[in-house]
Design a binder for this molecule. Structure first.
Ligand SMILES: [Zn+2]
Ligand SMILES: [Zn+2]
Length: 725
């Protein structure tokens, strides 16, 4: 086939409206226990499964019991922070969840370390054992950034989210609907991580964190200066600095900063910097392993054989016992929200001294001590219930690598999704962000709806499926007009669907066009003239455009058109109905061992199948006709042979009566009057057989009967016979 020019145009194929369900089981109008369900076309995805750091035991879990967890297809975990992943062992070991679960490589490595530590530290409130954590590691599958995986017909692609090592945003595509879940993300490059990626395709829904609402972080350099100056001031005046922070993630960013600052300020080098945590050393090993996933500064340092995570001025300690607490120092300790553990012990020991400083660098979650002290209370309550005066300085300098207002605004402007769902934000911050984003959309005339579902409530977002297909080949010769119907084959292959003329298939695709021929044999003992008559009555009797001519064809041609081959018997006859179905008649041949039969042949397809079905029905009806027809035909043949014209006419009238009865129901043959009388739907019809006249009060019925009679007469009298003589 000649190559056709690759002209093409894009057309929308169809539009169906259905809805996407979004249900936050946690992190709806709150920060903590991130867990969001997205359901579309029967596919269910869980984004994250974390705990609430401000709550204990089962209360800290997402509302897992309110979802049919055994119906979930997949869980996608964005990063290793406990509010995004610490409920995973519970999900895998203590619920009916049986779907697949994915994380990036570094997330899985650090998840194991942090979640085991969390299980150990939870004591009586533990949601699962260390054994459960071990058990779930085998079920967690890993995925690389930019790698698209197929799960149950869904396409899932993780992109870099900034935030912490290994943090991912997930784009999920279900039947043409794309939903992006950002998790925690940052669009700013820092000392060790790249900024979050801009996904290359526009999602219909973006589920985005709103932690910082409409706040702005200010330049990183300014925050770094405030941070290092505050620390330097404190230690120079003999004070101690407490940095409560998650042991892995932002901690390493701050250690890079402090190590470099200490290197540039030799007078500080006698003052120790400690990272005190059971998992800090493991964390450094993981960081040293995954340098390839960090930003260009780190790559460059590695090229010069310097691993920036081999710190010169930082001492990594396994616990609190080894801290030399007898003078100025900087201590990084967990947990970050001061709920318990070493950071809480040091806070209670140091908070009464006004020379000391506490710097909150992570986002402080509601309901935690870290959040409470930001409101500058005069006293705090110790874990033993003792009222302690708070004289130490408390500063909040954010290094938590969440997007601020400008980052979120620009990210959404570039992605331009029609629907934005805000999660991972406290009510007030979330509403401020919602109002600001709505105002911007209204001012600029953007099509953007904002949603802020509460935890454990669902929203339904309508989605109209827009199928786009390229029209190629001869179908694209004429530009398509709006609303114009297009007939072709829709080929779904490769990046874009195509609509093609069947004969262009092999030019534009690897597909070839084949024709399926059907052949069916039916035993028919009737003479072919009767078969043909029945077919003519059926197909030519249809008035209007539905009329299909029944044409004689050469049996040779008929045989040649089939794949049967061989020479047809001499007495074979054939007709073709509407050029669609070929009907060949083979009289029985005892010598060849077969009885009289009819063979149908047609090309597969809706039209051919329908016509073939109708032909088959006519043949089966003809085969089962009352014996009167055969008897009358025999009498007619005998009378004709004997030259008995009157007898032949009578027999023919009987035969016509039988054939009319087959079409219209019971008839009465009045031989003496030369009439056939019948009733159709209460209307009397009188057929004057001798003159071929039909009388009836209903004109349409009269015409119908007359046509049938005409066919019968033509079939019975191939040559004009004058019965009047
Ligand atoms: Zn996080
Ligand atoms: Zn978070």
């Amino acid at each position: 086939m000649a190559k056709r020019r690759a002209s093409q145009e894009l057309v929308d194929v169809a539009g169906d409206v259905s809805s996407v369900r979004i249900t936050p089981l946690g992190a709806g109008q709150e920060v903590g226990r991130s867990c969001i369900i997205m359901e579309y076309m029967g596919k269910r995805v869980m984004f994250d499964c974390g705990i609430h750091p401000g709550l204990q035991g089962e209360n800290s879990l997402p509302y897992l019991t309110n979802e049919d967890l055994d119906e979930l297809d997949v869980a996608l975990i964005t990063h290793f922070h406990l509010d995004h992943c610490a409920a995973v062992p519970y999900l895998l070991c203590h619920t009916t969840f049986k779907g697949r679960i994915f994380m990036t490589h570094p997330t899985k490595a650090i998840f194991y370390t942090l979640v085991s530590d969390f299980a150990n530290l939870s004591g009586e409130d533990a949601l699962y054992s260390k054994k459960d954590v071990e058990a779930c590691m085998d079920r967690i599958e890993v995925v690389d950034f930019d790698q698209t995986i197929l799960v149950d017909g869904m396409q899932i692609t993780p992109y870099r989210a900034g935030h912490v090592l290994g943090a991912a945003m997930f784009m999920v595509e279900v039947a043409g609907m794309r939903c992006l879940y950002t998790g925690d993300y940052s669009r700013v490059t820092d000392r060790h991580l790249s900024a979050a990626d801009m996904p290359p395709v526009t999602p219909h829904i973006v589920i985005v964190e709103s932690t910082y609402g409409t706040q702005l972080h200010g330049p990183r350099e300014t925050r770094e200066r405030l941070f290092t100056e505050s620390i330097a001031r404190t230690v120079r005046s003999g004070g101690r600095v407490l940095l409560p922070i998650v042991a892995i993630g932002r901690a390493q960013e701050l250690l890079l900063l402090l190590d470099e600052y200490w290197a540039r300020h030799p007078q500080l080098q006698g003052i120790p910097i400690y990272q005190a945590s059971g998992v800090a050393r493991k964390a450094l090993n993981v960081f040293a392993t995954y340098v390839a996933m960090m930003n260009q500064d780190i790559q460059k340092a590695i090229q010069f054989h310097r691993n920036p995570f081999h710190f010169k001025h930082v001492q990594v300690l396994k616990g609190g016992a080894a801290i030399d607490d007898c003078g100025p120092c900087v201590v990084m300790a967990t947990p970050s929200m001061l709920q318990s553990g070493l950071s809480r012990d040091l806070f209670e020991a140091w908070c009464e001294n006004s020379h000391n400083t506490v710097i909150i660098a992570d986002f402080a979650v509601q309901g935690t001590l870290a959040r409470d002290i930001l409101a500058s209370p005069t006293h705090v309550m110790s874990r033993q219930g003792v009222k302690l005066p708070l004289r130490a300085k408390v500063e909040a300098i954010s290094f938590s690598a969440h997007a601020d207002f400008d980052q979120t605004r620009q990210f959404l402007e570039e992605l331009a999704p029609p629907h934005v769902v805000l999660v991972h934000g406290e009510f007030n911050e979330m509403m401020r962000l919602r109002t600001a984003l709505e105002r911007e959309a209204t001012q600029k005339g953007w099509d953007r709806a904002l949603h802020t579902p509460k935890t454990d409530s669902s929203i339904y977002i309508p989605f109209t499926q827009q199928h786009t297909a390229a029209v190629r080949g001869r179908l694209a010769d004429e530009p398509a007009k709006a609303g114009q119907a297009l007939r072709g084959v829709l080929v779904q292959q490769g990046a874009i669907d195509q609509i093609l003329h069947p004969e262009d298939m092999s030019t534009f695709t690897k597909l070839t066009v084949g024709k399926v021929m059907h052949r069916q044999a039916v035993a028919v003992s009737k003479p072919f003239s009767e078969v043909r008559l029945a077919l003519e009555v059926m197909f030519e009797g249809i008035e209007g455009s539905g009329c299909l001519p029944v044409k004689s064809v050469q049996p040779q041609a008929a045989a040649g058109s089939s794949s049967g081959g061989g020479h047809p018997p001499e007495d074979e006859q054939a007709v073709c109905i509407g050029d669609i179905v070929m009907v060949r008649h083979r009289p029985g041949s005892p010598a060849l061992g077969y009885e009289s039969h009819v063979v149908l042949e047609w090309a597969g397809g809706s039209k051919g199948d329908v016509v073939a079905d109708a032909v088959l029905a006519v043949l089966l009806q003809a085969a089962g006709e009352p014996s009167g027809a055969a008897k009358a035909e025999a009498a007619r043949q005998a009378a004709l042979a004997a030259g008995d014209v009157a007898g032949a006419l009578r027999a023919e009238m009987q035969l016509a009566g039988v054939l009319l009865a087959a079409q219209f129901g019971p008839v009465e043959v009045l031989e003496a009057a030369g009439q056939i009388q019948l009733q159709v739907d209460g209307a009397e019809v009188v057929v004057d057989h001798v003159h071929g006249k039909v009388t009836c009060a209903s004109e349409p019925l009269r015409v119908r009967v007359e046509k049938v009679l005409q066919r019968i007469t033509e079939a019975l009298r191939p040559c004009a016979l004058d019965f009047e003589d």
